[in-house]
Design a binder for this molecule. Structure first.
Ligand code: ADP
Ligand code: MG
Length: 241
């Protein structure tokens, strides 16, 4: 079962610019929470703060009830997939997926077993794909490799930042469907960043809508639709969008 994620009064500053303004949020273990909001609202900053890539100037971060604010990313039990995938295009699929395990001192046998397991999860046949170089693969296949790399460490918390933004709509919809199945099956806690409200409704048990470094409203998709807290929420979910 996934671990809970909690932010208490978290602020992040880039120089003189305040990107997060005292954000508090609780994500239950195993829940799928979407951080939704327009470009520049602070979604990636929030996700990176959970991952430990950014240290907040104020506030605390808890994972599984443990204060991890001072812990480095690899000590938090989280796995993150970035918008730009950050794959190694000239290495083969095996090395790309194994990357997450290498820094954790896993034995070679175990690495081989886990990489095959992760590829099967994302529906890439290991016998066909292990030796392929990543640059030769289609966009959708690369997306799957990146997801396998994030899953191979069996994370308690999976953090995805606009993970399917580079693929066509039909492939994106299929990947979203498969991610939902994986989320149910593996039980990790999912924090998913997107600026697309349709995607948010599709994947989120709850949505946290952000604006200018703050969470404006958090709730089930239907609540944000039916009971928008203010005009910004209503307009974000409205017809014009
Ligand atoms: P989002 O992911 O919602 O688009 P970000 O978290 O990336 O938003 O950025 C929030 C704000 O912080 C934006 O105004 C952005 O320009 C600014 N910002 C992000 N990263 C940096 C950085 N490294 N240095 C300075 N400003 C940054
Ligand atoms: Mg972003």
């Amino acid at each position: 079962m996934g671990l809970s994620v909690e932010l208490k009064d978290v602020s992040v500053q880039y120089g003189s610019f305040q990107a997060l303004k005292g954000v508090s949020l609780f994500v239950e273990g195993g829940e799928g929470l979407v951080l939704l909001g327009p470009s520049g609202s602070g979604k990636s900053t929030l996700l990176r703060t959970i991952a430990g890539l950014i240290t907040p100037t104020r506030g605390r971060v808890y994972i599984g009830g443990r204060d991890v604010t001072e812990l480095p990313p690899d000590k938090r039990g989280v796995s993150m997939l970035f918008q730009d995938l950050a794959l190694f295009p000239h290495l083969d699929v095996f090395e790309n997926v194994a990357f997450g395990l290498r820094i954790r001192k896993v034995s070679d046998d175990e690495v081989r077993r886990k990489v095959r397991w992760a590829l099967e999860l994302v529906r890439l046949d290991p016998d066909l794909f292990l030796k392929r170089r990543v640059y030769e693969l289609s966009g959708g296949q690369q997306q799957r490799v990146a997801l396998a790399r994030a899953l191979v460490v069996e994370p308690e918390v999976l953090l995805l930042d606009e993970p399917f933004s580079h693929v066509d709509l039909d492939i994106k919809n299929r990947l979203l469907e498969e991610l939902k199945i994986l989320h149910n099956k593996l039980g990790f806690t999912l924090v998913y960043v997107t600026h697309d409200r349709f995607e948010a409704v599709e994947i989120g048990d709850r949505i946290a809508l952000m604006k200018e470094g703050e969470i404006v409203q958090v709730g089930k998709p239907i609540e944000l639709y039916k009971k928008p807290k203010n005009r910004f929420v209503a307009e974000f979910f409205g017809e014009a969008n």
